[in-house]
Design a binder for this molecule. Structure first.
Ligand code: ADP
Ligand code: MG
Length: 724
């Protein structure tokens, strides 16, 4: 089938079956999750209470309880047709890992029975040698183990009971995303509780909340399959711009195309049955780009749900003849995809710590947390950027679309004014809700509803949006845990040192509110001068200004990873108990290795496609033109009527030559890079190769512009982006 047939076929698939109602969402929400309701129904009283102690109080789960819990789970699972079980974990790769075991065992009477006990629930030993470990586990010591994370409920996917687990080496190092995230969540709670107690002595726990917004592209599966670059690297390595892209702003929030809507409904239905509170769906800025967002939840669970959603998207898209692209930059020239991480803190008593309070006390608590978050982001701005850096996100980073490669914070007019005012007034000035005391000069006021709540600065990587911060730099295919671990840990570190500062002020005999404000003032001064920036993050002027302020402007991804092992980061991570230095070193090895492999794969695919797809198409057209020219010469005796053909031939000759030489050079560059022993140095060499991919792309896109449309073998941007 040639390209035009393929295009026609994928266009016709637009016909979608009529929608059939699923009934009320609340009737099936969470039906495939072993949640509290099922625990109460399927567990005996002793197991239930022990499990709740474990979930809420962090008590370890003993074998007997695990057996009791497993018994109840097995009964529930079998009622749902489950035949298999797996530990479901998040190694340092893209996506999750699972190894299914059937529930059968010999019954001793010549048959089999279903078994599932506490041991199978609590721990498994997958052969871990083939997961990235950065040398923590030499291959002869292939044993790592997975252990149940009872704070994330067990769920059913098709015939399989999935048990969310951490993944750890036998020597205790984390080999996954979940383990450090859980440690960071504990650290931020431990550090925040004493601060909360200045305001409410009964606070026992502080939760970190995450609301992710998942952006993605959909492309027709037939067209996708005809693009080896998309299939293998997740993005198009070449493709000339479509004449119409996103310049008319007609895709954002536009009517959802029927086939896409059918996909979204299926996805939401599956997600809701799995207890994922999917809330929002809409068209995004770029053609064929969409977004899905749930109601925010506790960070660990919300992150698991994001991992699960990405998995569901892949499966369900295929049922609708689509492939979902989670890559940050599948298409050049249109927006890429991110995953805004909306993040906040709240107490076990329901107080939102990053939202204005009900009174002056509540407001002081809000400002306290607000300012300390800014301080943490300021101190670790380079590290936070490193948490979102990857070979794939690099194409968004600093490339004139969110996010700029400088981590600053956007506060909005209101909060900037509040902070400035606080520096001017005496430390015992109450922070009022605007309007409560009438308008008066001298008061520090916060409006009850933020006027500029929607005063969104789309260029800021870390923006305050009224009751939370939005970390916008996270990549669409990333595991949010990478960024969330560091953010929560950095805030924990900051709160620990803030507590010391407050205690020092209290020791001078000050009232609590005055002591807190006196401890806050130098921090406010510093964050206003350094990390807070409400201007346009894309300008050259901001880059210069950021350097002056001491913010990091590095754009080289392998270099960014070095931030993880700098003394300030090691101190922060070890103090909060999130990573040991050994883990940080090992993880950087993994990061560099992954970076190298991803660029290596892209470069290979690109060179092979240049040789196997592009040059043959260009030379076939060249041969046709030459034939025409020789005919013209024969008939007219000259080429006077062929100036256009001659010009095109000229372009083809030049560009083909360029493609050939650059492809060869790239191969040589790879050879040289592969010979480098040191992981970091090799990654630096591959960074150069990543940059040169753009160089090889240019002549190819120029060829696409002139070569006969019928001869061009690869689906074009105008087809990939506009057929849905
Ligand atoms: P927008 O695109 O306008 O930023 P969306 O509605 O797409 O907003 O997504 C906002 C996300 O932020 C949702 O997941 C929402 O549940 C989440 N969110 C709202 N309040 C909080 C909060 N206090 N903490 C964390 N996430 C929050
Ligand atoms: Mg948002």
């Amino acid at each position: 089938m040639d390209r035009s047939d393929l295009v026609k076929e994928s266009f016709v698939k637009k016909e979608v079956p009529a929608w059939t109602p699923t009934g009320k969402t609340s009737d099936y929400f969470g039906e495939l999750v072993f949640d509290r309701k099922k625990m109460c129904k399927y567990l005996d009283a002793v197991s239930l209470h022990a499990l709740l102690d474990c979930i809420e109080g962090g008590k370890p789960l003993d074998r007997e309880t695990a057996d009791g819990v497993a018994r109840g789970m097995k009964e529930w699972a079998i009622e749902h047709g489950v035949t298999h079980v797996t530990h479901w974990f998040q190694p340092l790769t893209d996506g999750t890992a699972e190894k299914h075991d059937s529930l059968i065992d010999y019954d001793g009477k010549g048959g089999v029975i279903e078994t599932f006990d506490g041991k199978m629930l609590a721990q498994q030993e997958p052969d871990a040698s083939s997961f990235p470990s950065g040398g923590i586990r030499a291959t002869f010591e292939a044993r790592g183990y997975t252990a149940w994370d009872p704070t994330s409920p067990v769920f059913i996917l098709d015939d399989t009971l999935c048990i969310p687990t951490v993944f750890i080496s036998y020597t205790g190092e984390a080999l996954d995303y979940k383990t450090p995230l859980k440690k960071a969540l504990k650290a931020v709670s431990d550090a925040a509780v004493p601060i909360c107690r200045y305001f409410d002595p009964d606070v026992k726990k502080v939760y970190s909340y995450l609301g992710w917004e998942q952006e993605y592209f959909l492309v027709d599966e037939g067209l996708y399959a005809a693009r080896p670059d998309l299939m293998i690297t997740g993005r198009t390595l070449f493709g000339h711009n479509s004449s119409k892209n996103q310049q008319l702003d007609d895709h954002y929030f536009a009517a959802i195309p029927p086939r896409v809507a059918a996909f979204m409904r299926d996805l939401e239905f599956a997600g809701h049955r799995l207890g994922i509170p999917i809330k929002t769906r809409h068209n995004e800025v770029a053609p064929n780009q969409f977004e899905l967002a749930p109601i925010y939840g506790e960070t660990n669970l919300s992150n698991d749900q994001n991992q699960l959603v990405m998995n569901l998207m892949n499966r369900i898209a295929r049922k609708h003849g689509f492939v979902v692209l989670l890559h940050e930059k599948p298409f050049d020239g249109v927006n890429g995809s991110g995953k805004h991480n909306n993040w906040s803190l709240g107490t076990d008593k329901g107080t939102q710590l990053l939202a204005p309070g009900k009174d002056a006390k509540g407001n002081l608590q809000f400002v306290t947390f607000f300012v300390n978050v800014l301080a943490a982001v300021q101190k670790h701005n380079a590290l936070l950027k490193a948490t979102i850096a990857s070979a794939t996100n690099a194409h968004r980073l600093g490339a004139n679309e969110a996010p700029p490669a400088i981590v600053s914070a956007f506060l909005g007019r209101t909060m900037t004014q509040v902070l400035r005012k606080l520096l001017e007034v005496p430390s015992d000035t109450p922070i009022e809700i605007a309007g409560k005391k009438g308008k008066s000069v001298g008061l520090v006021e916060i409006p009850e509803i933020f006027v500029d709540n929607t005063d969104r600065n789309r260029t800021s990587p870390f923006a305050f949006t009224g009751n939370r911060f939005e970390f916008r730099a996270v990549g669409s295919c990333a595991n949010c845990a990478g960024a969330m671990t560091t953010l929560n840990a950095a805030v924990a570190e900051q709160l620990i040192s803030f507590k010391d500062a407050v205690e020092a002020e209290l020791a001078k005999g000050k009232e609590t509110n005055v002591a807190i404000m006196d401890a806050l003032k130098p921090i406010i001064k510093s964050v206003i001068d350094v990390v807070c920036f409400d201007g346009n993050g894309y300008t050259e002027a901001w880059k210069k200004e950021a350097v002056r302020r001491g913010l990091d402007i590095e754009t080289n991804v392998p270099k960014m990873f070095c931030e993880f092992t700098k003394p300030a980061s090691v101190e922060m991570f070890t103090k909060t108990g999130v990573y040991t230095e050994k883990e940080l070193l090992a993880r950087n090895e993994v990061k560099w290795e992954t970076y190298v492999k991803k660029v290596q794969i892209e470069s290979r695919v690109m060179v092979r496609m240049a040789i196997n797809h592009i040059i043959p198409a260009a030379t076939a057209y060249k041969a046709a033109l030459l034939k025409e020219l020789s005919l013209a010469k024969e008939i007219y005796g000259n080429l006077d009527t062929c100036t256009t053909e001659l010009r095109i031939l000229d372009i083809i000759n030049k560009r083909v030559e360029e493609v050939g030489t650059k492809a060869l050079a790239m191969k040589e560059a790879r050879k040289a890079a592969n010979a480098i022993e040191d992981e970091y140095e090799r990654a630096l060499a591959y960074h150069e190769i990543a940059e040169s991919l753009y160089d090889l792309r240019k002549p190819i896109d120029k060829l696409e512009e002139v070569v006969d449309n019928k001869l061009w073998p690869l689906p074009k941007y105008r087809e990939l982006l506009f057929i849905s």
